[in-house]
Write a protein of this length. Sequence first.
Length: 71
Amino acid sequence: MSVDHYRAEVERLTRELAEANREKVRAAECGLVVLEENQTLKQQYAELEADQETLRQELEQLQEVQLILLL
């Protein structure tokens, strides 16, 4: 094999490595986006649970008042 052949092979492998590295970076960026979205959803879920508990307590209080008014 000639020097030109090896040179071309090195250039091809260098391009492939650069593309693989770009893909790895894109995958990592996508992974970070997913993690951030997951954290946001967990926070929203916790807030909704807290709101639900507040509403449940308010409903219980209203039902107690209604019971008292009916007596």
